[in-house]
Design a protein around this ligand. Sequence first.
Ligand code: EPU
Length: 435
Amino acid sequence: MIRGGARLEGRVAVSGAKNSALKLAAAALLTEGRTELRNVPAIGDMHAMGAVLGELGVKVAAELERGRYVLEVPADLGTEVPEELGRRLRASIVVLGPLLARCGRVRVAMPGGCNLGHRGIDMHLSGLARMGAEITYGEDFVEARAQRLRGAEIELPFASVGATENLLMAAVTAEGTTRIGNAAREPEIADLAAYLQAMGAHIEGVGTPEMVVHGVGSLAPADHEVVPDRIEAGTYAVAATLTDGAVRLEHVEPAHLTLVLDKLAAAGADLEHHDGPGGRGALTVRGAGRLQAVDVVTLPYPGFPTDLQAQFLVLLSQAAGASMVTENVFDGRFSVIEELRRLGVELNVEGHHVIVRGPTRLRGATVRAPDLRAGAALVLAGLVADGPTVVLDPHHIDRGYADLVGRLQRLGADIAREHVEDPAGAAPATPVPGA
Ligand code: EPU
């Protein structure tokens, strides 16, 4: 429940990246022993990943309020992720590569339909098949077997984050050399590669579209600190700009946000960089009154992240003029549009383009979070709406944002968690979670 109108002021310590921490936890499966991950975000998805790893026989000790996540990986691992757990966490598909490499077989629930439109795993599977895996699948499971994976030449038709990660983890202990062409270059992949290198992997071309992996016989456990979450940072940066506030973001990596910060500055935000604690950067984001329309096109990194598209739709609803937002990564990522319209945002959708016209006065209403990022965007809209906004299904937000409500309260927002009955007329709940 949000009552809009407050300017956000204060500091936020940005968490470790969800989309790195989940993969690092999966990569720990590659070798027996103890791994400590630090700067792990206190989010629902880490608990869900803990349940997946627990099912495989890993002992997980999570102290997420301190950012610690300790994994004891046994010599004998289970090789099956049951459907219920696979559904809870779409990212559980990233155990495919490491488990196949370590155990020679794996059976994972098919991630299946989800609320970001079509999200196939064909590139994960065809890449593993090129490395010698025998793949079988049905409607609700996928199974892979291989005595020993062997290096291969793989060219991805699209720079898929998940496929790059699964293939990278499969390749590090494969026999011979694997080349992954058109590899995704997200900072979370570089973080995964750094962790694998600390375990003893030989990887070249990290951060470029061509990764070359020379398989090694074995790996040893390593500890690792998770890279800062650029999407969480971007969400708070939008919140600061939108409310005409001043928020200092600590523990960020501004180099991972270059295009996002350029767009914020073009829209009218004022940005000031500082040296932050722990060798990371800090950044103060201030709203500077009137906002200007800007166009945004989502693309794989270093392009503008799809995970900030919904938050920018809200920002641009407060900017003068017409902005065009183009979504190129997911085909179902405009589910937030209907909900934003309930709050008064003016949007026209043409295929994968949306035109947002502003500035528009938003009015509070009851809306439903259709997924994680859309849920965060609805909260942002509530921060500038007149009257109360109720965002139903906040569990989607909990999956990927550490204590969003508490952090916004500390920045001065009038926001609270309340139990409300589902009102008549609200959009139906989206049943399948999973980022
Ligand atoms: N795709 C295929 N076949 C494949 C793989 C991908 O068709 O084999 C398509 C997907 O359907 C999608 C596009 O390629 O349209 C991009 O998918 P990608 O594999 O790059 O994304 P992902 O690994 O499923 C991760 C993040 C997402 C983030 C995307 C893009 C995790 C757990 N999830 O998903 O994060 O949006 O990369 O950057 O890392 C979020 O955090 O809210 C979230 C959805």
